[in-house]
Design a protein around this ligand. Structure first.
Ligand code: ADP
Ligand code: MG
Length: 232
């Protein structure tokens, strides 16, 4: 079960406020996107939820326990894929599972194939393009055992066709397993297509409220227009 509670998270760097009192919850099986322009603090918020960065104030609660400053409680995939250069694609993918002492080689190979990387299972990261590294990093996170997955712009380096294919694959995996997902993107269409709910981070300096939740049900492409009112 997942109940994540992001409580009053604020973050400042050198007097500059990046996140101001962010509050939201994620329930078991929800697919939530965090949408916002570059520099609005999406990756900062993710590093805090992932436990690798300490906020100025606030707390991150997972199932009644604080996971602040505790990496590993959720599956966190950073914006820039961090693959181990001395490990092959297959071994990088299996890394997420090794934490729990289990290696499911067949599933890993099937997923590598599904991601269009069948010929690269034994290749090393330096032999891959940016988009290929992103897909390896993505597979590693969906294969990891944690019930909550954080994906930071996981498809940003992919061409239009591959991105659409990966989005559909992610949705079908989510519909099958109902793990909880938080997905960061600056792409409104991507957020609308994928998620149950969108949290908007605005970076307008005058904005008091920086986080808005817009609940809706899929499919809703025609009937949702993101109005500026949401950002006031
Ligand atoms: P996004 O992911 O939405 O593009 P980021 O979270 O990467 O935004 O960055 C938000 C702002 O915080 C940026 O202005 C960035 O320069 C600043 N920032 C992030 N991390 C640090 C840091 N460790 N020190 C100083 N400034 C930082
Ligand atoms: Mg970012």
């Amino acid at each position: 079960m997942v109940h994540l509670n992001v409580r009053n998270i604020s973050q400042s760097f050198d007097e500059q406020k990046i996140l101001k009192q962010i509050n939201f919850s994620i329930d078991q099986g929800e697919f939530v996107s965090i949408l916002g322009p570059s520099g609005s603090g999406k990756s900062t918020l993710f590093r805090i939820i992932g436990g690798i960065e300490s906020p100025t104030s606030g707390d991150i609660i997972l199932n009644d326990e604080s996971i602040k400053n505790q990496p590993g409680s959720v599956s966190y995939t950073p914006q820039s894929p961090s693959l181990f250069p001395w490990r092959s694609v297959l071994d990088n993918v299996l890394l997420g599972q090794e934490i729990q002492g289990k290696r499911d080689r067949n599933t890993a190979l099937q997923m590598i194939e599904r991601a269009g990387l069948a010929d690269y299972a034994d290749a090393y990261p330096h032999e891959l393009s940016g988009g290929m590294k992103q897909r390896v990093s993505f597979i590693r996170s969906v294969l990891s055992p944690q019930p909550l997955i954080l994906l930071d712009e996981p498809f940003s380096a992919l061409d239009e066709f591959t991105r659409t294919d990966m989005q559909q694959w992610l949705l079908s995996m989510w519909e099958e397993h109902k793990r909880s997902i938080i997905f960061v993107t600056h792409n409104i269409e991507e957020a609308l297509f994928l998620s149950d709910r969108i949290i908007v981070l605005s970076n307008r300096p005058t904005s008091v409220q920086r986080e808005i939740t817009i609940p809706f049900k899929r499919p809703r492409n025609e009937d949702l227009l993101l109005s500026n009112d949401f950002l006031e």
